[in-house]
Design a binder for this molecule. Structure first.
Ligand SMILES: *Cc1c(COP(=O)(O)O)cnc(C)c1O
Length: 361
């Protein structure tokens, strides 16, 4: 890059590298022949109707119909909900609203979802870490040593990529320790796959709790970029100060509202139960293989496993056969681990067959 451009660019931005998703890496190459089991998307899409009569106008900042429909779905008041461009924007809004560049920090509990740290680094916000215990429970004692040096604590439950759920008791202990000091964010991107484990009810008791949700996983709408922040009215008021004027495109609001209708919810429930059945089947088959050890629990729409010594070779074998999954082995505690997102029954069978083939060679 030209020197002047490097000089001009924010120092912390010079040090960043663009997000490396398989979607970016393989975008150009025969993407339609590939089977994408790498990003925890739904393997099938729904159908929607779009009305175009209002597309000449800017949309509402917080589309009313959508807000009300989501409020009804999660039985909260609509003034406790912020609609965002995916849960990822929720993360970014929290970082921008609560953390000062070059001085404040967030806390993450790895191995976990990568965007908390990425979002923070983008704004030159520090990232501290309290790794999960060996069985992937929260290390509450370690988390609580950071009470005075972080503004946000990110807890992912069910956790991506371990599929584990944080107990209500552990989350309450963290919320209590951080009361009046910092926001505790519980990311429930996969909650529909383990609905009874939601910590949403704690919003009544804790004004420092924020919950993140998305339509990208169980609702099969990763393509529209729609998520929700559930929080106190006071926190919503703060987030609306930093959100863009028109963050939610009108077609997105229309599609999301349809997905949350009575019919849409019924479809989501049946999608979730068939994905849960497929997940059980695939995990069960994988666990029978000698060279594979399941890791974590399976409370999302994905399965994590360890392939000791063969991890990179197996990954490459799958890529060579047009099957994309996610290598998690760079994460702390996840050496030699790969994550498979649940696909259609045919795709699940295909990957299982390939894995068996690999080990027979
Ligand atoms: C996929 C995912 C998200 C991102 O959701 P979007 O709404 O697509 O931005 C957030 N958190 C976790 C844990 C995820 O796995």
């Amino acid at each position: 890059m030209a020197d002047w451009l490097t000089q001009l660019c924010n120092k912390h931005v010079n040090d960043l590298v663009p997000y490396e998703s398989a979607r970016r890496l393989f975008a150009a190459q025969q993407s339609q022949q590939r089977v994408w089991l790498n990003a925890n998307e739904s393997p099938t899409a729904g159908t929607y109707q779009i009305e175009s009569d209002l597309l000449n106008r800017y949309p509402d900042c917080q589309p009313l119909m959508l807000l009300d429909t989501y409020a009804k779905y999660c039985q909260l008041d609509s003034n406790q909900i912020v609609v965002t461009r995916g849960a990822d924007e929720g993360i970014e809004l929290l970082v921008r609203a609560f953390c000062g560049a070059g001085k404040d920090s967030i806390l993450i509990c790895p191995p976990t979802y990568g965007m908390y740290a990425i979002s923070a680094r983008t704004f030159n916000v520090g990232v501290k870490s309290a790794p999960l215990l060996p069985d992937f429970r929260l290390d509450v004692a370690s988390i609580n040593t950071h009470v005075d040096d972080v503004k946000l604590v990110f807890i992912c439950s069910p956790n991506n990529p371990t599929g584990t759920i944080s107990s209500q008791q552990d989350i309450c202990d963290v919320l209590d320790a951080y009361a009046n000091k910092a926001i505790v964010v519980v990311d429930e991107a996969y909650i529909e796959f383990s609905a009874q484990s939601s910590r949403q009810a704690l919003l009544e008791k804790y004004d420092n709790l924020v919950i993140l949700r998305t339509l990208s996983k169980a609702f099969a709408l990763a393509g529209i970029r729609c998520g929700f922040v559930l929080c106190s009215e006071a926190i919503k008021h703060i987030l609306l100060k930093v959100i863009a004027p028109y963050p939610v495109p009108d077609p997105v609001a229309q599609i999301a509202t349809q997905a949350l209708s009575t019919d849409g919810l019924a479809l989501m429930q049946s999608r979730v139960s068939s994905l849960n059945t497929s997940l059980d089947n695939l995990s069960n088959e994988l666990s029978k293989l000698q060279d594979i050890e399941l890791v974590g629990s399976q409370c999302g729409n994905f399965v994590l496993f360890r392939a000791k010594k063969t991890c990179d070779a197996l990954m490459q074998y799958l890529v060579d056969n047009n099957m994309l999954i996610r290598n998690q082995s760079k994460q702390i505690g996840l050496q030699d681990c790969l994550r498979i997102s649940i696909g259609t029954p045919a795709q699940n069978q295909q990957i299982l067959t390939l894995i068996k083939e690999f080990y027979q060679k």
